[in-house]
Design a protein around this ligand. Structure first.
Ligand code: SIN
Length: 276
């Protein structure tokens, strides 16, 4: 199938989930090292589709880490309090919810750890066990499409603004805070995108408090309009890999006390977000 930009893929099958975000990748075996051409096409699909989904991949820790290392260096969560826990392998965190969980992780729209001075580039979540009757889907939204849909007047208004992102509400005292531009340019695609989210963005620095509150409320709601989202329905041994620099996501909390269980790896960011 063709990529968004019209160039056909030769070594992987790419099936978009929506016009703006998400594609399922077939014809690939993540339990083995990838041939160079397939890896190049996977990287291109990641840039074009923002979030990649894989099915029926029974990966182990080494496979999970190898996929991450194709895109960067494996990193650590910046939160003081997180929902993941260590696994038998230092590089990979266990991500498990069941009848003893008080809540699930990430059920408010966010980009992972945007409170960090250099937020993670991407996250790769592998789930081997899912609730028997469905549930636990993940929603994704394109911040390119959110930016593109703004009026020219609003785009002009946002130019040069910065916002404070604070991790304290989500991850507790001692978690970092950082200021990032409200409009950011993606280092790989060169496209502009909206970079505020409901979980972490607390104020727009250059505006008085009331203006900041109202503008932020509008932007946060605008970011996740259904027109630029997709919904991923997990099955056992599925993987979702999202570009944290241009996509937001939200986990749906509808399955407890059933079990949803897997592992996740985070890829370090390379540089702080740059103004668009
Ligand atoms: C998260 O954002 O922390 C979780 C995403 C998911 O579980 O689907």
């Amino acid at each position: 199938m063709d990529g968004h930009r019209g160039t056909p893929y030769r070594t992987i099958e790419v099936s978009p989930y929506s016009p703006h975000v998400g594609a399922e990748i077939g014809g690939i075996d993540l339990t083995r090292p990838l041939p160079a051409e397939q890896l190049a096409e996977l990287r291109r699909a990641f840039t074009d589709h923002l979030v990649l989904f894989f099915r029926d991949q029974e990966i182990g820790f080494d496979d999970h880490a190898r996929l991450a290392e194709y895109f960067g260096t494996i990193g650590r969560h910046v939160g003081v309090r997180t929902h993941s826990e260590p696994s038998e392998d230092d590089r990979v965190r266990r991500f498990h919810f069941d009848e003893y969980s008080e809540e699930v992780s990430g059920n408010v729209w966010h980009t992972d750890q945007s409170c960090a001075p250099v937020p993670p580039l991407a996250s790769i979540l592998y789930n081997h066990t899912l609730p028997p009757d469905g549930g636990g889907d993940t929603l994704f939204a394109s911040m390119y499409a959110a930016y593109d849909a703004l009026s020219d007047r609003m785009k002009t208004c946002l130019e040069g603004l910065t916002a404070l992102h604070d991790g304290v509400r989500v991850f507790g005292e001692g978690t970092p805070r950082a200021t990032h531009p409200v409009v950011v340019r993606h280092p790989d695609s060169g496209r502009k995108l909206l970079y505020v989210n409901e979980s972490f963005t607390v104020r727009i620095n250059e505006l008085p408090a009331a203006e900041s509150r109202h503008l932020l409320a509008f932007l946060v709601e605008h970011c996740t309009q259904p027109e630029w989202t997709c919904r991923f329905r997990w099955r056992p041994h599925s993987i979702a890999m999202w570009d944290n620099r241009c996509a937001q996501h939200r986990a749906i909390s509808d399955y407890l006390p059933n079990v949803r269980s897997g592992y996740r790896v985070q890829i370090d960011g390379i540089a702080a977000p740059v103004a668009g």
